[in-house]
Design a protein. Structure first.
Length: 110
């Protein structure tokens, strides 16, 4: 991954944190709350990964069965959408993780 991409990802994570802070506050009330929110985002990442696996299989199936291009395109469009969804969920998880770190610092633990 190149440095420019890391900068863009960091900006997206910060934007996610800013949006979440407006809705739910800048810090969490406890580490338990942080964990619960992070777990939800993690599970959503896993769901998207499962969808990606399924759509990869669907695409391979269209290749093996010599399907026409519309069937192949359907699988690829679904795969692409799930990839974007995974990226969004991963950004949310990264934002939650950083919020958890910030919360620990804000509560004066470190």
């Amino acid at each position: 991954m190149n440095d420019d991409m890391l900068v863009k990802i960091s900006e997206l994570v910060q934007q996610e944190q800013d949006n979440a802070a407006i809705k739910w506050g800048k810090i969490t009330n406890s580490d338990h709350e942080s964990y619960a929110v992070m777990l939800e985002e993690y599970e959503e990442c896993l769901e998207e990964l499962q969808d990606i696996k399924d759509f990869m299989s669907d695409f391979w199936g269209t290749i093996r069965q010599d399907c026409k291009e519309p069937e192949k395109m359907w699988a690829l469009k679904k795969l692409s959408k799930s990839c974007y969804n995974l990226i969004m969920e991963a950004i949310q998880l990264a934002g939650c993780t950083e919020k958890a770190m910030n919360s620990i610092c804000e509560r004066g633990v470190i």
